[in-house]
Design a binder for this molecule. Sequence first.
Ligand code: MG
Length: 217
Amino acid sequence: MTMLIPDAEHDDLHLGERPLIVCDIDEVVLEFVSPFMAYLDHNGHELRATSFRLHGNVFNRADGSETPGETVSEMLEAFFEAQDNWQTPVKEAADSLARLSVRADVVFLTAMPPRHREVRRRLLSRHGFDYPMIATEQPKGPAVLALHGERQHPVVFIDDIFVNLQSVRKHVPDTLLVNLMANDTFRALAPHPGDGVDIACDWPHAEDIIKTHFDGR
Ligand SMILES: [Mg+2]
């Protein structure tokens, strides 16, 4: 397999002659919004869920002022450094992926600076997510193309973000695209994931969509 992704950004990857499931991490297998809200609270700030973004929605609890974007970015960075103290698994994700992994290879693709890879790897393994991970800041469509290439097996991509889903749709058009977001409040505020995307309300629903897709191929 030709990997266009630098070695520093991924675990060992050996795909079998079978379907491939490429799966995002934040808000898909690990809770992100709720733990980050708790982290902000711990540091004297609060996230007000008034729109589908972090920057601009964080306020200082002491005086009610909007927290500057630079400070939000710094807290996000510190949160990811300490993520193993905060982030918890999404309900039923591990069980659903374990069942799906009987029929398909599972690879995590997270849009995270590679410097956080090791702490995230430990956190995933602690919760039974023993699948290889790619941590890269490059767009997800080219990353899935680099992984899947010209293979003739079904490929599935699961993510909470419109831009990522549509990036994969553009670069690997045959992909089954599944939109999944754990946090109910932010899911209600999210833009529609776009054409050609199946929307799953939880992991059992996503599992049904994926199994039906495999059965039809
Ligand atoms: Mg995500």
